[in-house]
Design a protein around this ligand. Sequence first.
Ligand code: HEM
Length: 413
Amino acid sequence: MSYGSGTEVDQRRPALTITPEFKADSLRRYAELRAQGPVHRVRFGSGLEAWVVVSYEEARIALTHPALLKDSTPAEKALAAVGFIMNKPGVGLGGNMLESDPPTHTRLRRLVAGAFSPRRIQQLGPRIQQITDDLLDAMAPQGEVDLVEAFTGPLPITVICELLGVPEGPERRDFRSWTSATLGRLSDEQRAAALKLNQYLAALIEHKRSEPGDDLLSALIAVQNQEDGQLTQAELLGTAVLLVVAGHDTTVNLLANTMIGLFRQPEQADLLRGRPELMATAVEEFLRYDSSVELSTNRYVAEDLELGGRQIRRGDVVAVALGSASRDAPQQNGGEPDVIDVERAAARHIAFGHGIHHCLGAPLARLEAFIAIGSLLRRFPDLRPAADLPGLSWTPTGMMRGPLSLPVRFTPT
Ligand code: HEM
């Protein structure tokens, strides 16, 4: 493909289709695209065509560009043609801060921002350590487990459920499939699972209206009661759904991707075992190396613009390949972007996005990764993969990057 030349029709022809096969090797494929230019036309698995930004500088420009918005009205036809319904309140990820522009975004984010301040999150440390230790205790006698099922999956869902005030019960087990289904294009089956998550949380909100607890959902209900007009019922539900979905698969995949990276470079795992004081900078390195959110959510183009030499039209869809962009900051990061270097000073990355939608849960995600990876390495000094790493299956949705399962082995205790 000749980049930056040819007719507009040529320019708009997709350079690639994001298929499940692409996901297995996506960071290398994105690197090939980056070598050709910062912005490319792609076709998602849903059939939707979009511009994808693969380079660091252009990613930061796109995520703060005043003409790239969450209001999907200009793109409605293109979205409808592929049955895309993610922006509708009540189904999928609708009616929340991540799918809103200011001033709605500002209002919705401010309502929960206090609960996610670094100081408040730090207080969760002992409880997160306890949940981690319980899960590792259950793993210890087995000697061989699927790490996603036994550890990286249950830890984040337990933390977010406790934070929100979702009681223990069989539903917590269903949360994993319900939330994963809420991301990406919705098939009938996925739509039903997403609807179940909405229905479950709607019922829980009603329950907490009469029996409030010391949790985030009860606090949001109190805001709704006190400040009339500050938070509609749909927004309250949308916020609850967003927190469960955004706080879950993201972290599950970060933990699993990090362990795959460390299995490929066991000397880095040994370095961390010997020098646990490196863990805080290592977490930034893990986020940079294999960000679990491969693609940002979509932005919709409100006015024609030029980005990375491409003519982008009103009504077009733009997404940012965050994992690709994070590997594209070599000057700041001292080179060798494709390896983990836990001693890399202050790794620069864009794993949590940029601009007004920068991840609200970043302090929580960092703390969970710090505790989870550190504890896992300490507890199981000979932890190793029990399957061929290149043979792993990866999540099929375009947005996330992570293995569906990760068989591991260790000496039972
Ligand atoms: C937004 C990544 C964990 C809550 C985002 C965005 C990214 C991201 C890239 C911006 C998306 C965009 O601009 O399209 C991650 C990663 C995580 C993680 C990589 C874990 C490794 C969490 C956790 C929570 C959370 C634990 C909390 C429960 C949110 C919320 C937003 C968000 C509420 C929307 C912010 C807004 O629109 O203003 N996250 N996230 N995330 N994240 Fe996270």
